[in-house]
Design a protein around this ligand. Structure first.
Ligand code: ATP
Ligand code: CA
Ligand code: CA
Length: 142
């Protein structure tokens, strides 16, 4: 919602200055139609970032949620319009299934709006669950 580009830039700025974050490389921004959620939503702006961090995955997700809150995100209905949404897609080749964190992100494989920006910066990265690269998963979408 709002100035989507500014919100992404603010989130990346906060990420870059956070303790435990070494570097952040951002993909281009992709404008896409909303997928799921309530009817009548506007278009989304999506990007993928490659982050080098000394944090463990749980602490990194916590950081993402702090940044979401600082940018003013209020949690309403799932998949509804929001100021910002920061998801953890992959973390090295780790597979995590804990109550608050699933890595790789469980719905990334079916989402063109995730795989396109992700392929731009990490097409050769291997999804540890399927053994396929991000580019292969993207090309296999219907
Ligand atoms: P989706 O998860 O389908 O993209 P969403 O991003 O809108 O939907 P949120 O309301 O932002 O969903 O997050 C719901 C919960 O998902 C969070 O409370 C978080 O604990 C959990 N979660 C589990 N795995 C992840 C992950 N890899 N990245 C981000 N959140 C995750
Ligand atoms: Ca999401
Ligand atoms: Ca999320």
């Amino acid at each position: 919602m709002g100035d989507r580009c500014a919100h992404i830039e603010a989130a990346v700025g906060q990420l870059r200055s956070a303790t435990g974050v070494v570097s952040v490389a951002l993909s281009s921004l992709y404008e896409t139609e909303p997928v799921g959620g309530p009817p009548g939503q506007g278009r989304y702006l999506n990007a993928a970032a490659c982050v080098e961090t000394t944090l463990e995955p749980e602490a990194f997700l916590e950081l993402l949620m702090v940044i979401e809150r600082e940018l003013g995100r209020v949690r309403r209905e799932r998949w509804g319009p929001r100021i910002i949404d920061l998801d953890l897609l992959l973390f090295d080749d780790r597979v995590i299934d804990s109550p608050g964190l699933t890595v790789p992100h469980p719905r990334m494989h079916e989402r063109r709006f995730v795989l396109e920006p992700l392929a731009e910066i990490g097409g050769a990265v291997i999804d540890p669950r399927s053994g396929r690269t991000i580019s292969e998963i993207l090309m296999s979408l219907p």
